[in-house]
Design a protein around this ligand. Structure first.
Ligand code: DAH
Length: 347
């Protein structure tokens, strides 16, 4: 077979392979095999040295022609395959914009968080700092420093979970009072703080008791703080929380860490005082405990009660939420049922 015939046969064979190529990889393989340095065309061109001087240019130009033809053919096929590949990708990745979308579910802050933040805002507006306390507390701060020595009978009302004899989970937010007082530098101004957080008691859970609940502690200490300051502050807070028409009343009470101590009632926000189910037909709702900081408590925190005085209060956000939204079981706040929690969308 002459070299020309060989080349012609090679061309036919390669064209058939190119036509049959299914993808770019296969096509590239054909290009390398046919036109590459080790391919048959190069081989033929190499064999030309044995040809006569007059045959050589003929075969040479024929071989070049075939190489150009095959190169062009491969290029053509490459474009065709690339287009097919793109079409396949587009078809595979197409999206149906007529399908209904998936709604993004947006959560809400827990209703108790909402109430606590609302109360924080009221007090920040009056120049208070918001202090964070620790849920794990020592007997020393939780009881002793709040004027509840080891054998004090009022400890019975606040049994809790003990980690050791001296370490417990706090029964109230009051220990934050002691921790804040002992650090306060009165040369920088009066002490005004609130401290919201979780507290724990050894309670049998029922509709109005939970072994875990919340409190917001409030404390102001400075020279010449009187009960009038306490009453005025609480009145502002209650009006902001329950409406401008609200009034408060103070009843005598007892807490070991305040003297005198008071129980604070707010006029009913539902009936305005006429009597209804929310206020149990008394016109008043019992809302918090408060009083003037006991001299012992000041003294134990390194503050001279002859020079300084203060007031304190403790408020239960769980109770506020129950009253405001008519929730009749405190356990709803702690069961994480989204059907319940999702109703409180906030402002
Ligand atoms: N610590 C009290 C309790 O858990 C609540 C309380 C009452 C806090 C009176 C106070 C206060 O700061 O003055 O029952």
């Amino acid at each position: 077979m002459s070299l020309q015939d060989k080349l012609e046969a090679l061309k036919q064979e390669t064209v058939a392979k190119i036509d049959a190529a299914q993808d770019l990889k296969a096509l590239n393989q054909i290009r390398v095999e046919t036109l590459g340095k080790k391919g048959p065309i190069t081989e033929v061109l190499r064999g030309m040295k044995d040809l006569s001087a007059e045959e050589r240019p003929k075969v040479g130009s024929f071989a070049n022609e075939i190489r150009d033809e095959l190169t062009a053919k491969i290029e053509e096929k490459k474009i065709e395959l690339e287009k097919a590949e793109l079409d396949r990708t587009l078809a595979a990745e197409s999206i149906d914009i007529t399908l209904p979308g998936k709604a993004v579910k947006q959560g809400v802050r827990h209703v108790l968080t909402q109430i606590m933040e609302e109360i924080e805002d009221i007090f920040i507006g009056m120049g208070y700092q918001v202090v964070e306390g620790s849920e794990v507390e020592s007997d020393h701060y939780n009881f002793e420093r709040m004027n509840l020595p080891k054998d004090h009978p009022a400890r019975d009302m606040q049994d809790t979970f003990y980690i050791s004899d001296e370490v417990l989970i706090r029964t109230h937010t009051s220990p934050v009072q002691a921790r804040t007082m002992e650090k306060h530098d009165f040369s920088k101004g009066p002490l005004r703080m609130i401290s919201p957080g979780k507290v724990f008691r050894r309670d049998t859970d029922d509709a109005t008791h939970s072994h875990q609940f919340h409190q917001i502690e409030g404390l102001v200490v400075d020279k010449n703080i009187t009960m009038a300051d306490l009453k005025g502050t609480l009145e502002v807070m209650m009006k902001k929380m329950f409406g401008e028409d609200r009034e408060i009343r103070l009843r005598p009470s007892y807490f070991p860490f305040t003297e005198p101590s008071v129980e604070v009632d707010v006029s009913c926000f539902k009936c305005g005082g006429a009597g209804c189910n929310v206020c149990k037909y008394t016109g008043w709702i019992e809302i918090l405990g408060a009083g003037m900081v006991h001299p012992n408590v000041l003294r134990m925190s390194g503050i001279d009660p002859e020079v300084y005085s203060g007031f304190a209060f403790g408020l239960g956000p769980d109770r506020v939420a129950m009253l405001r939204y008519g929730v009749n079981d405190i356990r709803n706040f702690y069961q994480n049922d989204l059907r319940f929690l999702g109703q409180f969308k906030g402002e």
